[in-house]
Design a protein around this ligand. Structure first.
Ligand SMILES: [Zn+2]
Length: 234
């Protein structure tokens, strides 16, 4: 089971590679404070308010601009690591923090699995459905990352997970990507490279479009309909 210390070490590595030097130095201070005084309070100050660590979005790596799919992976990884670091740091303030930390890690991973959905757009006029290449990639990252993190035991295991985003041609992941893409198409959803709002609808021209989400149920993507409920396309 990973600990607060493993997560902040991996987070420091991620921020360093991303060239986010201000936040990397913040994490270095967290690491020193933990090593000298077993104190996680400085890390908790990184969250909340405008311009906090929660607002960080990574777009470069080793000085290079990331591709859209790499951005999806690395920002999903950042998001999970942030949750893990925050939750475990909070637990460490409490008595018997070690036990609570384990519960906190499981809770973060369970929530991440529970939030596994595909994002996209739909036209309320003609029913046209669309998702983007990076939306599919985000779905894939959300599907893969919690399992990998739950198997991690050390900070180097977590760092390997960060690196997975850059070997996304790994045969296993490539196979999963092809499966997800095929399921998306079979569910009647078009995959595009769009990086702006889908308005108007490219099919009928109507401006009556909205953001939507799908859950994957038995290899099909079903639309989540408000207030509650799902609907299979077609
Ligand atoms: Zn339409």
């Amino acid at each position: 089971m990973i600990t607060y210390f493993h997560v902040i070490k991996a987070l420091e590595y991620l921020l360093d590679q991303a060239g986010e030097l201000q936040w990397r130095d913040w994490l270095r201070a967290d690491i020193e404070l933990w090593q000298s005084e077993n104190d996680a309070s400085h890390h908790l100050n990184a969250y909340g308010g405008m311009g906090s660590l929660n607002d960080l979005w990574i777009s470069t790596w080793n000085g290079r601009v990331l591709s859209e799919s790499q951005k999806s992976w690395i920002n999903e990884t950042l998001s999970l690591f942030r949750h893990l670091a925050f939750q475990t740091a909070q637990c460490l303030k409490k008595k018997n923090g070690g036990v609570f930390s384990r519960i906190a890690v499981n809770k973060v991973l369970r929530t991440a699995r529970g939030n596994l959905h595909l994002d996209g757009w739909r036209c309320l006029n003609c029913g046209y459905l669309e998702t983007q290449v990076d939306g599919v990639e985000r779905f894939l990252a959300k599907e893969v990352l919690p399992g990998e993190i739950s198997r991690a035991k050390t900070e180097s295991d977590l760092i390997s997970i960060v690196e997975m985003g850059f070997s996304s041609q790994l045969s296993e992941i490539q196979k999963m990507r092809e499966q997800v893409n095929a399921q998306v198409v079979e569910s009647g959803i078009t995959v595009t490279e769009r990086n702006v709002w889908m308005r108007p609808c490219p099919h009928c021209g109507s401006n009556n479009t909205e953001v939507c989400h799908w859950l994957r149920i038995r290899r099909r993507f079903a639309l989540v309909v408000k207030p509650l409920g799902i609907r299979f396309p077609g």
